[in-house]
Design a protein around this ligand. Structure first.
Ligand code: 13P
Ligand code: SF4
Length: 305
């Protein structure tokens, strides 16, 4: 930990009346300088209720855009403007309009990992923590379009017991975690409990003891008597898990679970962000007003309820 940089960020944060939000996949030092760490749902809720004037979002573009839609009067900063999410760019608003035209009576649920324009075309938004609850809350006689993640979509189909119209999007990081990666750790440590993110492929999720959002993983290990866990998600997750259960061992499933976009944010960029007020996220008013409706539903629907 760079103590000098850490202190500089703390000073700038006070000057700017800012709050720093960091996703669970951020590097350990960025998580440690943040005021709040969490999953997409938890951070959206934090953003919607903060009284800070400026939000520094240590995550990827769709997360910062979500914060801007939920708090249009605040300045939202993303410390690296190139930190995008490839999955969010796998469907455009135009493509979604095409899909809606093919299924004119269907309701549209979009995963929060999507652009603000796609959210504006959707009826409901969800995160991996409440996707099942959002779908379960919808009338059973309506068809549902679910975009963009096919893997989260299949998990929701299975859990909610209803078919969805899926889009073939996927997370370029999670699909690199293979069945073999999990089996290799299990071969060495047969007692290890396997946690997988719903963005993982179906064979990986079939090997899992629990399929959880990143925030749910923290709660799960706090409540579990197990001493060893296999973590089938982005490696940044190991840091908050270790903090939650210092006595337990966390083993990553393979070595490829690294999101290069999440890792674009560094302490130096957080400092520059606060110093130069960069990079300010803007969402055009017409998109924002429509996206706010689907996002408001997302923050209101609790996981499992
Ligand atoms: P969570 O909402 O579970 O933190 O996931 C966000 C994400 O980008 C997963 O790849
Ligand atoms: Fe997007 Fe996957 Fe990175 Fe999450 S881990 S931000 S879904 S690319």
């Amino acid at each position: 930990m760079n103590q000098r940089l850490f202190e500089k960020i703390r000073d700038l944060k006070a000057q700017r009346r800012a709050v720093i939000l960091a996703h669970n996949y951020q590097s350990a030092d960025v998580q440690d300088v943040a005021d709040f760490c969490g999953d997409s749902l938890g951070l959206s809720i934090q953003a919607s209720k903060t009284d800070a004037e400026t939000i520094v979002f240590c995550g990827v573009l769709f997360m910062a855009e979500t914060a801007k839609v939920l708090c249009p009067d605040k300045m939202v900063l993303l410390p690296d403007r190139r930190a995008g999410c490839p999955m969010a760019d796998m469907i455009t608003a135009e493509q979604l309009r095409g899909l809606k035209a093919q299924h004119p009576d269907a309701l549209v649920v979009c995963y929060v990992n999507s652009t603000a324009e796609v959210k504006a075309e959707s009826d409901y938004c969800c995160t991996s923590a409440n996707a099942v609850a959002v779908v379960q809350s919808l009338p059973r006689d309506r068809q549902i379009i679910f975009v963009p993640d096919q893997h989260l979509g299949r998990f929701v189909e299975q859990q909610a017991g209803r078919a969805l119209i899926l889009w073939p999007g996927y997370c370029t990081t999670h699909v690199q975690i293979t069945e073999d990666d999990v089996l290799q750790v299990k071969q060495r440590y047969s007692d290890a409990v396997v946690m997988a993110h719903p963005e993982c492929s179906e064979p990986v999720k079939e090997l899992a003891d629990a399929v959880l959002s990143t925030g749910q993983m923290i709660k799960f290990v706090q409540e579990s008597p197990a001493k060893r866990f296999v973590v089938a998600t982005e490696v940044g997750m190991i840091h908050p898990l270790k903090k939650a259960r210092p006595d337990a061992e966390f083993l990553p499933a393979g070595t490829r679970g690294i999101c290069p976009n999440m890792k674009k944010i560094t302490l130096e960029k957080v400092q520059a962000s606060l110093e130069n007020l960069q990079f300010q996220i803007e969402v055009p008013a017409e998109v924002r007003l429509k996206a706010a409706k689907s996002l408001q539903r997302m923050v209101e629907i609790k996981p499992g309820g």
